[in-house]
Design a protein around this ligand. Structure first.
Ligand code: NAD
Length: 636
């Protein structure tokens, strides 16, 4: 049942299980009264199945780096681990009290939490591909943030490229980074209409035409998608309720560039409920859910995005968001840094009015740190990527759910009794091991770090060296963030039909290049599934060509995205309301108190009851009763 639900909606299974336990009726699992919608989706999908053509979108060609793209040879920059820009960490004073559940939660708080360290974690990289799910839905790697070649400053938008002149998508896309997530792919394929949205006169039912999307007629369908997402985004819905009467973002003019999905729509509508005006473009040319963009346009949002934009369209859409007479943004919400870059290059004067930047992706944050390091960052920026709650959800909980989803969708493997080796017992490895163990698999772990190794032992896993089990295992999963963990020698020794996949860093963990030799035959058996066949007939099943399995082959639960979206909303509120001088022209991590607040907003979903400190206990621990409850160095 969960598998079926999962394939239909990118929801969090743990959350669904909770709902299922409380409300055995399946309609509650998808959201009250939404059974019809699920049925409709299936019909639409069934119709699409006939049209869908299995195709791979090459995504590996590199385009030149942007001026803001980190350079590998930058002094002091360690690959994959950008350094903070300064030794001293800025102090912050959040506007929001973690423990405060009163409607006055947005009032200023005088408590000064400790500054957050600015160290960051490994960026992930990945190539993105289109894929067709086995149930027929088309999912074009929507969670992959495509790194797009920055348009030349001299690019003239009025000089419209001809259809032939537009660069083909497959060639225009460079290496993709997986540092940001969207969610489900669009359920309404747009291939039936070849006319570029830029060539259409568009108006919503109220006569407003300040948007550019694929097809406004899909608005009703998109609205239902948004309603479904709302079910899994309790914190944003709670923020909306609490902000009734209070408008912490009144006067905020937010220009956003993120994946345009149902989850983003919930965020945009929340920001509007909090008082903001929003204009939005997509940060990824493939990930826009056209029907959701339509619903937003119908709802009066100025949204400029459609699925399958060209590079030129991409920059045109961003430009339409910011280049408007009589409207200037004062807040930026970015995912990948493209919007920020565009404003820096084309409209630097805008920064006089901009109060802050909220950036979600590893890549974008990296760029901000570089700007800051070069002394070029002219407004405060909030790094939401590295907040504790978001990291936990991205690494541990999301992987715990999506490893099974990714394996199942690609191979239909039965997990019970299978021997699996998981390389690396960090956050991602722990998630994978827990999920597989729960499904009845026999799980082995490899580790280089004795602490993590001991943790694996204490959690009941056999700690082994890879060469000890490589001949017998049915599935090999890498989660190390390292390179060449599974090399040709191991691939040669694997048994027939062994499944090999990666949940860790980019496509470096498995030495896929070593399999491109003349004696081995590659057979593409499904999208994202290759059989690599040895001369004696032995074959291994390689998933997503060694790139991140879950981001290439499954979906991110809406609940995970809810954490991110709530963090973004709170960061915007904080930066927008911060008094002059609280934040300097630097990159800040979210104060721990806000992180705690994001988590606390998600607790009521589970009918969870948080214990409050007594005065005596608070004094004993030296804590404020409203948090923060842990020092910054605390490891959760
Ligand atoms: P982590 O540092 O907590 O864990 C990695 C573990 O691998 C460490 O314990 C390390 O000791 C171990 N290790 C390193 N080299 C090894 C080797 N050769 N053999 C065995 N063990 C080895 O990191 P994490 O948070 O678990 O993330 C791991 C990777 O997954 C990173 O590259 C991260 O970017 C990526 N990631 C993927 C997703 C996803 O959705 N798939 C989500 C978050 C992070």
């Amino acid at each position: 049942m969960f598998e079926t639900l999962k394939r239909r909606r990118p929801q969090c299974l743990a959350f669904n299980q909770y709902f299922a336990a409380r409300n055995p009726s399946p309609c509650y699992v998808l959201g009250k009264g939404l059974r019809d919608i699920a049925a409709m989706s299936v019909q639409v999908l069934a119709a699409k199945m006939a049209e869908v053509e299995l195709k791979d979108v090459p995504g590996k060609e590199l385009t030149p780096e942007s001026p803001l793209t980190p350079k590998a040879d930058d002094k002091g920059m360690v690959e994959n681990e950008p350094k903070a820009t300064s030794a001293t960490t800025p102090t912050m004073e959040p506007m929001i009290k973690t423990g405060d559940t009163s409607p006055g939660f947005l009032t200023p708080n005088t408590k000064m939490p400790q500054a957050s360290a600015m160290k960051r974690t490994d960026p992930q990289q990945n190539g993105g591909e289109a894929f067709v799910n086995r149930d027929g839905t088309v999912a074009e790697a929507p969670r992959l943030k495509k790194q797009i070649q920055f348009a030349d400053q001299k690019q003239e938008f009025n000089k419209r490229p001809t259809k032939i002149g537009r660069r083909s998508l497959s060639r225009s896309i460079s290496q993709s980074s997986t540092d940001s997530y969207g969610s489900a792919a669009s359920y309404t394929d747009s291939s039936d209409d070849e006319t570029s949205p830029r060539d259409k006169q568009q108006k919503n039912s109220k006569g407003n035409g300040d948007f550019c999307i694929k097809n406004i007629k899909q608005a009703d369908f998109g609205r239902r998608e948004i309603e479904i997402a709302e079910q899994e985004m309790p914190a944003l819905m709670a923020l909306r309720k609490r902000a009734q009467g209070e408008k912490p973002l009144a006067g905020a003019k937010v220009v956003g560039c993120t994946h345009i999905t149902a989850q983003t729509a919930v965020l945009m509508e929340t920001l509007t409920a909090l008082g903001a005006q929003c204009r939005w473009a997509a940060c990824n040319i493939y990930s826009t859910q056209n029907e959701v963009a339509a619903a937003l346009a119908e709802g009066g949002f100025s949204v400029f995005a459609w699925k399958g934009e060209s590079e030129d369209d991409f920059w045109w859409c961003i430009d339409r968001c910011v280049n408007l007479e009589g409207w200037q943004p004062n807040m930026i919400l970015d995912d990948g840094g493209d919007l920020t870059h565009w404003i820096y290059k084309k409209y630097p004067n805008m920064f006089k009015k901009i109060k802050g930047i909220v950036e979600e992706s590893v890549t974008g944050v990296h760029r901000l740190y570089q700007l800051s390091k070069a002394g070029k960052l002219c407004v405060p920026a909030m790094n939401v990527n590295d907040s504790v709650t978001k990291q936990k959800f991205d690494n541990l909980y999301c992987c715990r759910e999506s490893i099974l989803d990714g394996l199942k969708r690609t191979t239909d493997v039965m997990f019970g009794g299978k021997q699996v080796v998981v390389c690396g017992y960090g956050e991602v490895g722990k998630g994978c091991c827990a999920a597989l163990k729960a499904m009845g698999s026999i799980v082995y772990v490899t580790e280089i770090d004795p602490i993590c190794a001991l943790q694996a032992c204490m959690d009941g896993f056999r700690l082994v060296k890879l060469n000890e089990v490589i001949r017998q295992v049915d599935i090999v999963i890498t989660c190390t963030g390292n390179k060449n963990v599974v090399v040709r020698e191991y691939l040669d020794r694997m048994k027939n039909s062994c499944i090999v996949c990666n949940m860790g860093h980019s496509n470096t963990e498995i030495d896929v290049a070593s399999l491109r030799t003349p004696e081995l035959t590659w057979e593409r058996v499904r999208s994202q599934v290759d059989h690599v066949i040895w001369p004696d007939g032995k074959r291994i099943v390689l998933l997503a060509e060694g790139r991140l399995l879950n981001l290439s082959c499954s979906t991110v639960p809406t609940f995970v995205l809810s954490i991110t979206a709530t963090t973004q909303a709170l960061a915007l509120i904080e930066l927008y309301n911060a008094p002059e001088g609280r934040y300097k022209q630097d990159v800040y991590l979210l104060p721990k108190k806000m992180d705690e607040y994001v988590a606390s907003l998600h607790l009521p979903t589970f009918d969870a009851h948080l214990t409050e400190l007594s005065d005596e206990q608070a004094k004993y621990l030296g804590l404020n009763k409203n948090g923060p409850f842990k020092p910054n160095y605390y490891r959760y």
